[in-house]
Design a protein around this ligand. Structure first.
Ligand code: TEU
Ligand code: CA
Length: 545
């Protein structure tokens, strides 16, 4: 019974769309996307058919990390608009049946948050223990913890002669989750947003809140799940909201811990195992290696199975931290449209809640960076100079950046072929990808065979067909290095998803015949599956007869 009930959660047949507000749509010509810009494009999201918007941070922030450094959780950044605009957005979304999930960034605040401003002044401040201050050792930092953005995770604070911890930028001091008063402040803030009518939370680097800095434990700390259970109890529990935790350190075992409904933690997590497959083992994301399709299949299949009976998966290729998938594992040249549709089919055919990152639905590509001057993101800029110092050749560094820099995903949304891609009437905060005259939403909306309409179809299929939401997953031909194929089964029905992952034609066979439900080459007649020849990047969802 519990099982049956769990299966009816609204977020299980939902599709989410991530908006990176700075780059989505600028309504007032200052070059920065804003809340009223989002309001002006709700018709577009409603047309696409998504149910949920994950809104990257719009809170007050000095923008050391584009809003992931928050100085006021209760205030909207002036460049994004006002609280009135935000309330109007929530209301207008509700009118179109779209829920907003807010980005919850509570592993750290900005160093300009009033708590930190007070905390750093004196060891006796009531806010001192909201953060993690330690004495130095032997004239240096307390230990060897490293920041995700390069360098030591400890910053010396002159006022009191101690160091504070920042796992990201030094303007992002880590909160101390051991402190109960701090946790209560977070619950109060979350409840305030819940009362405003939001649909849930996406939780930034939530697997780091249980850290034990003195033992250099950062992810999956001993109290992590206890904190999440407390959060559930004190905030969203029983309110029919949607929660998704960002967990770079997740494996299938702890994936269940987060998302087993009986444990009352989160609904699902973002795990990054597939995302890390084109990075040299044990090295950084900048250390490239080709993707091995067999590993990708294994990884997806493992998660599909592990979170099958209990728990739930999120499905994604892209977000604001990742390069564009069509450039990464598709083909952003002659097969851009086919490969973007193939990747969409592969992902949306699986069990879980799919997420689309703005621009993915029109096949936006990576940016052709030519030098460090083209970059805005602190992570990339730090890496550039660090590797320069270490003597890496310029060409290698640039290659890594072109392949992996977060800025690839952060160029303005391409709305049309006009001034600055229709993103702004002014000068955009960040440069538009030069390919906007060909790749833009207007073009996509005018072409019935566009990537946009393909995503629209995938989204509506998920609404119409419970098999796509709940069906059992089985990976086929795990040893095939070219074709990604699997079946879904539900109440006597069986679907087959076949994707040629590459440019070269590939063979595939399956017993029986199939009726195409959706295909990126427009195949619609009955197919004998015994000996199929798949065209470049061909993808088909069949109903098996
Ligand atoms: O990202 C978490 C995170 O670990 C990233 O820094 C990741 O390692 C990197 O992007 C991979 O290239 C979240 C947010 O999504 C990101 O935008 C923030 O910068 C970060 O947390 C700090 O809040
Ligand atoms: Ca603006």
């Amino acid at each position: 019974m519990a099982e049956k009930k769990a299966k009816e959660q609204w977020w299980k047949n939902s599709v989410a769309y991530q908006i990176y507000p700075r780059s989505f749509c600028d309504s007032n010509g200052d070059g920065i996307g804003d809340i009223n810009g989002i309001r002006a494009k709700l018709w577009y999201l409603a047309k696409l058919g998504v149910d949920v918007i994950w809104l990257s941070p719009v809170y007050r922030s000095p923008n050391a990390d584009n809003g992931y450094d928050i100085s006021d959780y209760y205030g909207i950044a002036p460049e994004y608009g006002t609280m009135e605009d935000m309330k109007a957005l929530i209301q207008e979304c509700e009118n179109c049946g779209i829920k907003i999930i807010m980005d919850l960034v509570v592993n750290h605040t900005s160093d300009e948050h009033p708590w930190f401003v007070e905390a750093k002044k004196s060891k006796d401040s009531p806010y001192r223990d909201y953060y993690i201050f330690r004495e130095g050792k032997a004239g240096g930092p307390p230990n060897g913890l490293k920041s995700c953005f390069g360098g030591s995770a400890w910053e010396y604070s002159e006022e009191t002669g101690e160091y504070y911890l920042h796992l990201f930028h030094k303007k992002q001091p880590d909160l101390n989750w051991e402190n109960e008063a701090m946790r209560k402040e977070i619950w109060r803030m979350m409840n305030c947003w819940i009362d405003m009518g939001i649909g849930g939370f996406r939780m930034d680097v939530i697997d780091k809140i249980g850290k034990v800095p003195d033992q250099e434990i950062v992810e999956n700390g001993p109290k992590l799940h206890a904190y999440l259970q407390e959060m559930h109890r004190e905030t969203f529990g029983g309110k029919n909201l949607m929660t998704v935790g960002e967990c770079w350190g997740a494996d299938t075992e702890n994936g269940i811990l987060y998302s087993d409904p009986e444990r009352k933690e989160l609904d699902m997590i973002f795990q990054f195992e597939h995302i890390e497959l084109d990075q040299a083992p044990g090295k950084q994301k900048w250390d490239l290696q080709p993707l091995n399709l067999k590993c990708l299949k294994q990884s997806f299949a493992k998660w599909q199975e592990a979170l099958g009976e209990k728990g739930w998966n999120s499905l994604f290729w892209d977000n604001h931290d990742l390069p564009r998938i069509v450039s990464r594992w598709g083909n952003d040249k002659e097969y851009r449209v086919e490969s973007a549709k193939m990747l969409a089919t592969l992902l949306h055919g699986m069990r879980g809640t799919p997420y689309i990152y703005q621009g993915e639905e029109i096949g936006m590509t990576n940016y052709p960076f030519t030098g460090v001057g083209d970059l805005m993101d602190v992570e990339s800029i730090n890496m550039y100079w660090e590797r320069k110092r270490m003597g890496y050749p310029e060409g290698d560094i640039l290659k890594s950046l072109r392949t992996k820099a977060r800025d690839n995903a952060r160029t303005p949304m391409q709305w049309d072929g006009g001034h600055e891609a229709g993103f702004t009437e002014g000068t955009p905060w960040y440069t538009v990808n030069p390919n906007y005259t060909e790749i833009n939403a207007k073009q996509s909306l005018e072409d019935p065979d566009s990537i946009f309409y393909y995503y629209q179809r995938l989204i509506s299929l998920r609404k119409e067909q419970p098999i796509l939401v709940y069906g059992d997953f089985e990976l086929l031909c795990p040893e095939d290095g070219k074709v990604f194929a699997y079946t879904r089964e539900w109440e006597g029905e069986k679907w087959l998803v076949v994707c040629n992952f590459y440019k070269e034609p590939a063979g595939f066979s399956y017993p029986g015949e199939g009726r195409p439900i959706l295909s990126n080459y427009g195949q619609d007649s009955l197919v004998q599956l015994g000996k199929m020849e798949l065209r470049p990047y061909e993808a088909v969802i069949f109903e098996i007869r």
